[in-house]
Design a protein around this ligand. Structure first.
Ligand code: CA
Length: 231
């Protein structure tokens, strides 16, 4: 039995039914809400492990729901939006959403997103116990301020290292350009986003080149970046 409890917030009944049928078939437990107020109430009373949140709700903006939930809860939120709502998606990620699904999505995509969230959850617990990070061949000792790849110390510039820490501490989560540039430079001008691309490219060269190279960082065009879990 999968112990993971999923809150499905969606006013569109066919979509909601597709999601709950999928969850049921894969042994997830679930709750549903058809509007924002009810979603917030359910989070307060049932403390779900993950929230699937449609951005277009009848009573309030999905981004507002995220902002309100984030005042007291870190529960992972995966937003569901239509392809035309790209700006909303970015606003949702900046408001504290962890990931997104674009309508129409497949059952496989939905399950993959849930698995990413579950793994992220397990890792966060483990990471809290010691101040080190491990993912594939990558190891970071946050206390020492050092990173290794397959046992070889990585020679990173201060900004590359900071970037690596931001991504690793949020593994599995899509981070927007605005979020990352704010963390690094405290601002988010267009120039900062351009610089971010440059630093990201140099970091990825150090991290993802060579014969044994694995992909650690995923680019979300027009949105941002995410660190992937490497098996
Ligand atoms: Ca809707």
């Amino acid at each position: 039995m999968n112990k993971f409890l999923v809150l499905v917030v969606e006013d569109d009944a066919p979509v909601r039914n597709l999601i709950t049928t999928t969850l049921k078939a894969h042994d997830y437990r679930y709750l549903t809400a058809e509007n924002g107020e009810n979603a917030i109430l359910q989070v307060t009373s049932h403390n779900p492990d993950v929230i699937l949140l449609d951005l277009g709700l009848p009573d309030m903006d999905g981004v507002e729901v995220i902002k309100r939930i984030r005042t007291w809860s870190n529960t992972p939120i995966i937003v569901i939006s239509a392809r035309s709502e790209d700006t909303d998606k970015i606003d949702a990620l900046d408001a504290g959403a962890d990931d997104y699904l674009t309508k129409p999505f497949s059952v496989e995509e939905l399950l993959a997103r849930l698995r990413v969230t579950q793994r992220h959850f397990a890792l966060m617990k483990q990471e809290k116990e010691n101040d080190t990070f491990e993912n594939g061949d990558l190891r970071i000792d946050y206390a020492a301020g050092c990173a290794w790849l397959a046992g070889e110390e990585l020679h990173l510039t201060p900004i590359e290292y900071k970037l690596l820490c931001i991504l690793s501490r949020n593994m599995g989560k899509v981070l927007t350009h605005t979020y990352i540039t704010q963390q690094i430079w405290g601002s988010s001008w267009e120039n900062d986003v351009a610089s971010l691309r440059v630093f990201m490219a140099t970091l990825r060269r150090k991290l993802e080149s060579g014969p044994e190279a694995k992909q650690y960082i995923q680019t979300h065009i027009g949105i941002g970046y995410r660190m992937l879990r490497v098996e």
